[in-house]
Each structure stands twice: as structure tokens, then as C-alpha cells.
Design a protein around this ligand. Structure first.
Ligand code: NAP
Length: 245
């Protein structure tokens, strides 16, 4: 007979998912809630979708914040502290993608990507870790990307930001040990229907012969959230083997 822990290993655990309203973040929130987590949904512009996802996963809280602004991040974690006193898990999922000729790329293009993909990830980790340290344990999962492992010439700023997430994950894993683990999931091509030409080309080169699903990313996130503190600083590519050389 399966134990309750086996079915719901995150029972009662409070986990914040950034960018949790739609797409991959939404599926992570729904999956974690099925595993028993008390999910907190962060969103920025997708208020209606956030309410919908929150209702579907019986979320414990809904937080709006522009993660480009460290003041907004501080305010969000301040509210979480007032509402709950602590936090078990953080999934840094919110992100931006961009395409640009590197000879034409502007400072604004660079900042738009890095402010959300890298700076916000660091400051969310910092604020979450302060709450987790107080509770004596915590689990952080940063969503990076295949673009942080491979060099894509039309997405240089995106690749740099996601490679930054991977090194930030490793450095923080050392800094926050032993109570808190910090790991990363690096999705490959995740499909929500139609893929663009670049996506189709990448799928043709994928050993698994298909695009991935948001559920497969969510599964990997759940693994790190439920693993012991002996697994930290790791990057798990969920990419059908596309990063293999
Ligand atoms: N989709 C893929 O194939 C793929 C592949 C590799 C890696 N990834 C990574 O996986 C994660 C999720 O991917 P996705 O395709 O589901 O992402 P997405 O839809 O492009 O973005 C996820 C969420 O990020 C939030 N966000 C963007 N800018 C923000 C800001 N300034 N402040 C707060 N939130 C902000 C948005 O929230 P609101 O909608 O509420 O504004 C958005 O819903 C991202 O980190 C992405 O880089 C995705």
C-alpha cells in the first residue's frame, strides 16, 4: 500500500512559483498542488490567468509584482512573511525571451532580459533564503534553459542571462548549504501548440524526436523540491537529449 508521503510528498509545504499564471509556471503550480503543496502564485500582467490558476490549485496566496524592480521583490517577500512567517520552496520560473542581432542589440534589450532572467532570480533567492534560514530548511529551483548550456547567436543576451542563472545556482548552493538546496531545471523546446521555425528545427535535432511538455518540466521541479539536501547545485536538462554532444 502506498504511503501518504509517497502520493503527496509536499503535503502542507509552502512553495512560491514566480510567473505562475500561465504556460510552464501554471503547470508547475498545478503539479505541486497535486503533490500536496500550498502554492503561492506570483504574476505581473496576467491577472485573470493568475486568478484562474490559483483557483484550480487552491492556492494559498496570489502576489503581483514587477520582478524588474528589487523594491517590488522586497515588498512581495515582506507580504509573504507577514502572511505566513516562512517559506519552504521557491521556483524562479518568470522569464523573458528575446531575439536580436548582437551588432544591433541595445542597452534596453540587454536590461529587459537580464533584469527579469538574472537580477530578479538572484534577489528572489536572497529574500526567500532569509525566510528559509529562519525555518531551518528550504528548497530553491531556478528555471534556466538549454540556451544557458548552448550558444545561440541570435539570442546572445538570453543565453548570457540563462548561463548566469546556472552559475548563480551553483554559487548559491554553496552559500546557502546545508539547510537550503539550490538547483536548476533547464528546459529544451517546450511546446504549447504551434512551434516557430527555430523551434521546429531544434525538435528535428532532438534525440527524443519531439518537443517537451510543461508537465515534464514540472516533474523535474518537483524532484528537486522533494530531494534531500545531498542534491544541490545541480542542473537537470529536460530537453529530450538536445544538449548532448
Ligand atoms: N517555453 C520554452 O520552450 C522554454 C524553454 C527554455 C526555458 N524556458 C524558461 O522557462 C520559464 C517559463 O517559460 P514560459 O515560456 O512559460 O515563459 P513566459 O510565458 O515567456 O514567461 C513566464 C512569465 O514570466 C513573467 N514575467 C515576465 N516579465 C516579468 C516581470 N517584469 N515581472 C514579473 N514577472 C514577469 C510573466 O508573468 P505575467 O504573464 O503575469 O506578466 C510570464 O507569464 C522561463 O524562465 C523561460 O525562460 C522556457
Amino acid at each position: 500500500m502506498a504511503s501518504p508521503w509517497f502520493d503527496r510528498p509536499l503535503e502542507g509545504r509552502l512553495v512560491l512559483v514566480t510567473g505562475g499564471a500561465r504556460r510552464i509556471g501554471r503547470h508547475i503550480a498545478l503539479h505541486l498542488s497535486k503533490l500536496g503543496a500550498r502554492v503561492l502564485i506570483h504574476y505581473w500582467t496576467s491577472a485573470e490567468e493568475a486568478r484562474q490558476t490559483a483557483a484550480e490549485c487552491n492556492a494559498a496566496g496570489l502576489y503581483q509584482a514587477n520582478l524588474e524592480r528589487v523594491a517590488d521583490i522586497r515588498e512581495m517577500f515582506g507580504r509573504i512573511e507577514r502572511d505566513f512567517g516562512s517559506l519552504y520552496g521557491l521556483v524562479n520560473n518568470a522569464g523573458r525571451f528575446g531575439t536580436a542581432d548582437p551588432l544591433e542589440l541595445t542597452e534596453a534589450d540587454w536590461d529587459a532580459i537580464h533584469d527579469v532572467n538574472l537580477k530578479a532570480v538572484f534577489f528572489c533567492c536572497q529574500h526567500a533564503a532569509r525566510l528559509m534560514k529562519r525555518a531551518g530548511e528550504g528548497r530553491i529551483v531556478n528555471i534556466s534553459s538549454l540556451g544557458g548550456l548552448q550558444a545561440w547567436p541570435r539570442h546572445v543576451h538570453y543565453c548570457a542571462s540563462k548561463a548566469g542563472v546556472i552559475m548563480l545556482t551553483r554559487a548559491l548552493a554553496k552559500a546557502f548549504a546545508p539547510e537550503i538546496t539550490v538547483n536548476s531545471v533547464a528546459p529544451g523546446v517546450i511546446s504549447f501548440g504551434e512551434l516557430d521555425e527555430i523551434g521546429e528545427r531544434l525538435v528535428r535535432r532532438t534525440p527524443a524526436g519531439r518537443a517537451g511538455t510543461a508537465e515534464e518540466v514540472a516533474d523535474a521541479v518537483a524532484y528537486f523540491l522533494t530531494a534531500s539536501n545531498y542534491i544541490t547545485g545541480q542542473v537537470l536538462a529536460v530537453d529530450g537529449g538536445l544538449s548532448l554532444r
